[in-house]
Ligand binder design. Structure first.
Ligand code: ZN
Length: 138
């Protein structure tokens, strides 16, 4: 069995952002030389997510509105976690959007449904953060 590991780095200019990282993951799969296996992609931070969904701007706007309803950023004082930090909302948004995805690799390619794409979800950005890509197979 072969294994491969890589870290992808992100630094968003905004507190929240959704970034399509499908091409980055495809590049990792190619680099790994693995034809049959599994790829795990996970955020290495507790205020960011990796998830799979549609690459459609309307939907991403809807996520932003929905997540702000569930866990509004402000007022910061509404959360017990805030005080030293101001990112309680980001922890909650990440929880609901998930930590990681696992995708099958078949014939050297991501074995996706038609509209599936991989996204990095940033909820407390404007600093350097990492995503781990781990691939196992042969
Ligand atoms: Zn925090």
């Amino acid at each position: 069995m072969k294994s491969y590991r890589k870290e992808l780095w992100f630094h968003t200019n905004t507190r929240r952002a959704f970034i399509n990282i499908t091409k980055d993951v495809e590049k990792c799969v190619l680099e790994s030389g693995i034809k049959e296996g599994l790829v795990l992609v996970n955020a290495m931070h507790i205020t960011a997510s990796v998830f799979i969904n549609d690459d459609e701007p309307g939907l991403h706007h809807d996520y932003e509105v929905w997540l702000e309803k569930l866990a509004p950023e402000k007022p910061h004082s509404q959360y017990r976690h805030n005080g030293f930090e101001d990112n309680a909302d980001a922890h909650m948004k990440r929880q609901i959007m998930g930590r990681e995805v696992v995708v099958a690799i078949t014939g050297g390619k991501l074995d996706f449904g038609t509209w599936e794409r991989i996204f990095y979800g940033e909820f407390d950005g404007m600093r350097k953060k990492r995503v781990l890509v781990k691939i196992i197979g042969e």
